[in-house]
Design a binder for this molecule. Structure first.
Ligand code: F6P
Length: 351
């Protein structure tokens, strides 16, 4: 919650010398009458908190806010509604997205982008906040190129946005995965079994890495690091077995997959009864953690600030814990760094 003094400094309180359409953020005065907000791609816990922050920040500055349903599809078809302060009441703690979401094949065509831009122009929308992953940011770049200023907010459980060390939903998803694997571990321990658990993350092993560390997995398989079945799984299991361990957890990122076969191969090779579990979409739901709610709130605020400052084709990001922004086109070209140091620590201590 911002205190009054700061609100005044940042232009969050109406002031006699500012018309409702002229806004002051960080000293700049810009004209921005109407902002649209949408969620796109896979949903993530905390998206609602981001929508709430966008709507409340804009409304506090006299900007009209348009909620767009089902991502870019809603912009194409005009499935939109005017938001007020109460439109975003009672959603900060809810998983999913009250705006609904979609991946829009039509928006991937020039005609689709044009239709969406036309809807924005018809409705007088001066800027769009897009909450989603890198596919959604490519859409935001295309819409900006079609004349509608866009700002992206990273919302995906995968933590796979190159320019940001954090994406909204990651913390909740990891905590859900951890809780689920803890439960699996209870039964693996009772039966002296090996449990092979697949967590989400097609191209990014961050959920697997951090969850794997948190549950003490004997092996963690991620798309970023090649693995050897004998050395990285069997040898480690057999070594720990010699030291007295009788149950094992292997965490596998979705991008590696094949957990049923892996469990069978482990059982064939070691004689240890093995079971496979795919956690799946359970990781995408649930009430967002404190971290996701707070980061989403900060990022939503920042996105509106950028549009008001006249910036476009930007993506909000976290760097060294600070909320910053990058050019979307440059951000999409950055390479996501995998935390190999943390991976090596996991190998050393989970044995
Ligand atoms: O991008 C988030 C994510 O949950 C990935 O981890 C997963 O690969 C994908 O979405 C699943 O997408 P869908 O819900 O369309 O099956």
């Amino acid at each position: 919650m911002l205190r009054i003094g700061r609100r005044k400094r940042q232009g969050l309180c109406p002031s006699a010398d500012i018309s409702s359409n002229d806004l002051r953020f960080g000293g700049l005065v810009m004209s921005m009458n109407s902002i649209a907000v949408l969620t796109s791609g896979g949903d993530a816990p905390g998206m609602n908190a981001a929508v709430r922050a966008v709507a409340r920040t804009a409304i506090a500055n006299g900007i009209r806010v348009i909620g767009v349903r089902r991502g870019y599809n809603g912009l194409i078809s005009g499935d939109v509604f005017e938001m007020n302060l109460r439109s975003v009441s009672d959603i900060i703690h809810r998983g999913g997205t009250t705006l609904f979401t979609a991946r829009s094949p039509e928006f991937n065509t020039p005609a689709g982008v044009q239709k969406a831009a036309d809807t924005c122009r018809d409705l007088g929308i001066g800027g769009v906040v897009v909450i989603g992953g890198d596919g959604s940011f490519r859409g935001a770049r295309d819409l900006t190129n079609a004349g509608i200023p866009c700002v992206g907010i990273p919302g995906t459980i995968d933590n796979d946005i190159q320019c940001s060390e954090y994406t909204i939903g990651f913390d909740t998803a990891m905590n859900t995965a951890m809780e689920m694997v803890d439960r699996i571990r209870d039964t693996a321990q009772s039966h002296d079994r090996c449990s092979v658990v697949e967590v989400m993350g097609r191209r990014c092993g961050d959920i697997a890495l951090l969850t794997g560390i948190a549950v003490g997995a004997t092996s963690i398989l991620v798309p970023e690091v090649e693995y050897d079945f004998q050395k990285d799984i069997i040898d480690r299991m057999q070594f720990t077995q010699m030291t007295g361990k009788k149950h094992f957890i292997v965490v596998v990122a979705e991008g590696i997959g094949g957990v049923e076969q892996l469990a069978k191969d482990i059982e064939d090779k070691t004689g240890i009864e093995s079971r496979a579990t795919v956690l799946g979409h359970v990781q995408r739901g649930g009430s967002p953690t404190l971290r996701d709610r707070v980061v989403a709130s900060e990022m939503g605020y920042k996105a509106v600030e950028l549009l008001v400052q006249g910036k476009s084709n930007r993506v909000v990001a976290m760097r060294h814990g600070d909320i910053v922004d990058f050019d979307i086109t440059e951000a999409l070209q950055m390479k996501k760094q995998f935390n190999k140091e943390l991976y090596d620590i996991a190998l050393k201590i989970s044995i």
